[in-house]
Design a protein around this ligand. Sequence first.
Ligand code: ASP
Length: 321
Amino acid sequence: MKRRDFIKTGTISLVASGSILTQCDSPIKKVKNNPIVLSTWDHGISANNSAMDILNNNGTALDAVESGVRVTEADPSSQSVGLGGRPDQDGHVTLDACIMDSDGNAGSVAFLRDIKHPISVARKVMKLTDHVMLVGAGAKRFALENGFQEENLLTDKSKEEWLQWKRDNSVKDSWGPNDEHDTISTLARDNEGNLSGACTTSGLAYKLHGRVGDSPIIGAGLYVDNEIGAVGATGKGEEVIKTCGSFLVVELMRQGYSAMDACEEAVNRILRKQSGKSDFQIGYIALRKDGQVGFSAIHDGFQYALYKKNENKLYDVKGIG
Ligand code: ASP
């Protein structure tokens, strides 16, 4: 078994059932004036740039992550997020997103149509209501009532590809380990040392109408605990939902796992259910409160973008599946 990077300040207590709970009494060190942004995939580079601009101007992690993923949502060449996202089987672009701040507040929208910035709608749900999640027509109505504009999100390119998929009469979606249509999750730590996260996607290409993945589900596609860390997921959402993926990674870090070991264990939970093999991709990124970064994926091909100490770089992740 791998050596765990137990947090020195934590204390371990045994509960009556015999399971081990680790409590971090004075948890992971809070680091100020050293902003970090971490995002999934190559579109994370431009998201990170926008997020870091906010942090460098003393903005909050919450403003940073929203601003970061809005860049991807507005980019029609990112065919997995927002404008230009690949549609569902019926040709409708349906979007999922969620956001979480350092106070544990959360907002989410799912199965949202015709609104380019679901992340900002999710933030409004968090700010203006005492709900966490709005879906479908209700989410759209809320968006329109709060000043968002209705627009067609299906670009000619994504429409052409969808028509081709229909002509091919494919029974499969185009999901695969190396396909370039993936969720953006952006995690940030601001100058105050506080964490926030945002996650937004058009989901699996050509999915069944009404399908919602992990990305808008708090604890699956995204989770933030300001005492411990922030985690985002990408890949086949069904598997992330079934294992409460992002929450699991945070809880493992709470128990003393390093950010890296926690991400690997969450991927392994999924792999074990597949007898160690899978034809789908899952990727996690984790930003521990002290700045430690973790990542893991089933297959090669996953990338993350990390912006720290004035350098914004893209890294390849070697799959463990
Ligand atoms: N996690 C997303 C979903 O299942 C897909 C992705 O990351 O591309 O909807």
